[in-house]
Design a binder for this molecule. Structure first.
Ligand code: PSU
Ligand code: MN
Length: 305
């Protein structure tokens, strides 16, 4: 079992799919760890996303670090370990996790695009990307997800960025980095739990085939980085922005009071928002992750045509 780059261990299923040129969708493992969702919702998310990708005819490739190696795809008996991962790995943490032969590490968006790139996987489904945090003008807290998307040629399908971030600054920063952002059947940057943010996007695509064509054109234009596809949460699962706004304020206040900074900030705010919405934020999170998985799989299928 060795990837196109032997640094990445592929599951048997992912290895066979890549060798045959069949569609594969990378997944991050932070969202399905306790950093992203409380048990048992993390397992539920894992299973729903897995099923959604297979239903379209693609193969899911969960990324992370296992027994000192980067992985893309898990074997059946490894699922429990990846769900229980307790080291959140951004791209810059991968060298340390490998050097220390970490038993288990879960990948954020930045680590996932790095691993997918090495493994030759072009499409990735997540929930929401990390971005520019509110107050970044003093804290300088800007997720490494943004820079990683500019460096790795992977199509990232997300429901925008989590609305507790500074969404206008996140969109500006993506422009600065030169990352193409395409709204899927929408003209506004989605706000994770809500479909709209009031921030207009310059480009939209109305079919998976259109996105695949844009990705191919990006390559021929010499762009060596990725593309962000912004796919709004399904309307049936949406939480109105006025309602989620209050929960976000509470969540940010809790995280600030507890001094949650750096990699602990995002998990703490997510958990506090879940509390503040009496867990209503969780089914919304699962629905958007599933919807992103379906779209990513459809794009992956188009890319293999
Ligand atoms: N979105 C979620 N849950 C999560 C994350 C995003 O709904 O757990 C994770 C992703 O792995 C993302 C990371 O890459 O948070 C960003 O963390 P930070 O803000 O520390 O860069
Ligand atoms: Mn950060």
């Amino acid at each position: 079992m060795s990837g196109r780059h032997s640094a990445v261990r592929l599951s048997h299923e992912v290895e066979a799919a890549l060798a045959d040129g069949r569609p594969v969708v990378a997944l991050e493992s932070t969202i399905t760890s306790s950093f992203g969702l409380p048990a048992p919702h993390n397992r539920d998310c894992f299973e729903r996303v897995d099923r959604a990708i297979r239903a379209v005819g693609a193969v899911p490739a969960v990324t992370g670090v296992l027994d000192g190696r980067m992985i893309a795809g898990v074997e059946e008996e490894e699922v429990e370990r990846i769900l229980a991962g307790d080291w959140k790995l951004a791209e810059r943490d991968l060298p340390i996790a490998l050097a220390r032969r970490a038993s288990i590490g879960v990948s954020t968006v930045s680590a996932t695009v790095a691993i997918a790139h090495l493994a030759g996987i072009r499409t990735f489904a997540t929930g929401g990307i990390g971005g520019v945090h509110r107050g970044a003008e003093s804290s300088f807290d800007v997720s490494s997800d943004l820079g990683a998307m500019a460096r790795h040629p992977v199509i990232v399908v997300s429901a925008g960025a989590k609305a507790f971030l500074d969404l206008p600054k996140t969109v500006e920063y993506l422009e600065t980095l030169g990352v193409p952002v395409v709204g899927y059947r929408c003209s506004e940057f989605p706000a994770f739990w809500s479909r709209s943010s009031g921030i207009s996007l310059p480009h939209r695509a109305d079919s998976p085939a259109d996105i695949a064509t844009i990705a191919t054109a990006a390559e021929s234009s010499g762009w060596s980085g990725g593309i962000l596809v912004a796919n709004p949460i399904p309307a049936s699962a949406e939480i109105p922005s006025a309602e989620i706004a209050a929960a976000i304020d509470t969540g940010l206040a809790v995280a600030a009071r507890e001094g949650a900074v750096g990699p602990t900030a995002t998990p703490r705010v997510l958990a506090a928002i879940a509390e503040a919405t009496a867990s209503r934020s969780i089914p919304a999170n699962l629905a958007l992750a599933e919807s992103n998985a379906t779209l990513a799989a459809q794009i992956a299928v188009e890319l293999t045509r």
